[in-house]
Design a protein around this ligand. Structure first.
Ligand code: SAM
Length: 380
């Protein structure tokens, strides 16, 4: 798995439990990113549809969600990965842009990325193995990059891992079917189908995925774009078409409200954190039309960039972070008795005492603002 801001690695067991407790047969992951959450659902036997706006995230979804591991010849795949691993370096766009103009990768690895990507393009363009090989390449490149996990900057001094020789591995494919859709959640929420559970994990602030992961976008598109700035970002990062309303402060609350309203599901699960432009009170209010709303809260380490300090694009440390821990919230909305049944075991578990305490704090904050007006519109 790649390093990814907003990745829900730590919450995965909770999200998986919720889906199992809901008895879900179908689930939608509308902002799937690395597909970590969608994979957890799939591994529990749920038929998952995974959506994302980013091209690389769509490739991950094709690899981990759409591909049925039982239909892949792992022997053949292993042979192809060995062949790609043994290709000699062939300096090209990646080497020039991300190793010479900037320093995201050591040139020896950049040249191998170029060579491997060229062969994927020439030999596997229309093959069902394409998304698997691209995922394998991106994950291998991520293991030898010299960043904090964001591609808005690279480190001033090489990260120790950057000196390693890049090595492609076979991704951990899952058996079973699923669907990957490349598109905008705002367009798809209403039309994508009907699900037992829908999981929403949108961006809640200005951190754009298109620019933070521009190298993965280019590796998938393989379109050698013009680039600008110290970070060598794609020139089309400036185009409106590459921007998401979820990263626009004024538009984001309405966009989220629209998706929450449009999505067709019995149980809605939302991830939320306290660094968001939307307050918890607003979020609960957005979900209230669905019936009951329950909030689980977890203390969580912040994304890696925040843990190591604030850096300018040249990699110089220019500031300290204010705090290293934040709260992650899981909001569950739907029919009141169903929501109670699903969330009760998690709230009751002794091992989740931390979550219980934080949940009470979140509830108290929300109760200040909400009065239960009717059974159909209750908040807790
Ligand atoms: C917080 S991340 C999701 C992380 C994911 N749950 C994981 O664990 O990897 C948000 C995702 O939303 C995607 N995104 C942003 N705007 C979108 C939109 N309008 N429609 C669909 N996906 C969008 C981003 O590309 C990003 O992958």
């Amino acid at each position: 798995m790649i390093k990814y801001i907003g990745s829900k690695r730590r919450l995965i067991p909770v999200l998986g439990e919720l889906v199992s407790l809901a008895g879900a047969h179908t689930a939608l992951d509308l902002f799937t990113g690395t597909t970590r959450v969608a994979q957890e659902f799939k591994s529990r036997g749920v038929l998952v549809t995974a959506v994302d706006l980013a091209t690389y995230a769509h490739v991950f979804a094709q690899c981990y969600i759409e591909t049925d591991a039982s239909e892949v010849d792992l022997g053949e795949l292993g042979t192809i990965i060995d062949r790609l691993n043994n290709l000699p370096g062939e300096p090209g766009y990646v080497t020039e842009t991300f190793c010479t103009e900037s320093r995201y990768f050591q040139p020896k690895n950049g040249a191998r990325i170029d060579a491997i990507r060229n062969v994927i393009e020439s030999d596997f363009q229309n093959s069902p193995l394409r998304p698997i090989l691209l995922t394998s390449l991106i994950e291998a490149a991520d293991r030898v990059d010299s960043t904090t996990g964001l591609q808005m900057a690279y480190l001033k001094s090489w990260a120790p891992r950057a000196h390693n020789d890049m090595e492609l591995r076979i991704p951990d494919l899952l058996p079973g079917s699923g669907m990957a859709i490349h598109g905008n959640a705002l367009d798809l929420a209403k039309t994508v189908g009907s699900f037992d559970v829908a999981y929403l994990d949108p961006p809640y602030n200005q951190h754009r995925y298109f620019t933070n992961y521009h190298i993965w976008e280019t590796l998938v598109r393989w379109d050698a774009p013009e680039y600008y700035g110290v970070a060598c970002k794609r020139i089309d990062s400036r185009d409106e078409g590459t921007k998401s309303l979820f990263n626009a402060k004024r538009a984001m609350p309405d966009a989220l409200r629209q998706v929450v309203k449009d999505v067709d599901c019995e149980v809605l699960i939302l991830s939320y954190n306290d660094e968001s432009w939307v307050s918890m009170e607003e979020l609960v209010e957005m979900c209230a039309d669905r019936g009951a709303v329950e909030v689980l809260a977890y203390d969580s380490k912040r994304y890696v960039g925040a843990q190591i300090g604030i850096y300018n694009p040249l990699g110089d440390k220019v500031g300290e972070v204010s705090h290293l821990r934040n709260q992650e919230y899981v909001v569950v909305a739907g029919d009141p008795s169903r929501v109670a049944t699903i969330t009760k075991p998690l709230v009751a578990a002794n091992s989740r005492q931390e979550a219980v305490d934080a949940t009470h704090r979140a509830k108290r904050a929300v109760e200040k603002l909400f009065t239960i007006t009717s059974e159909n519109n209750q908040c807790f």
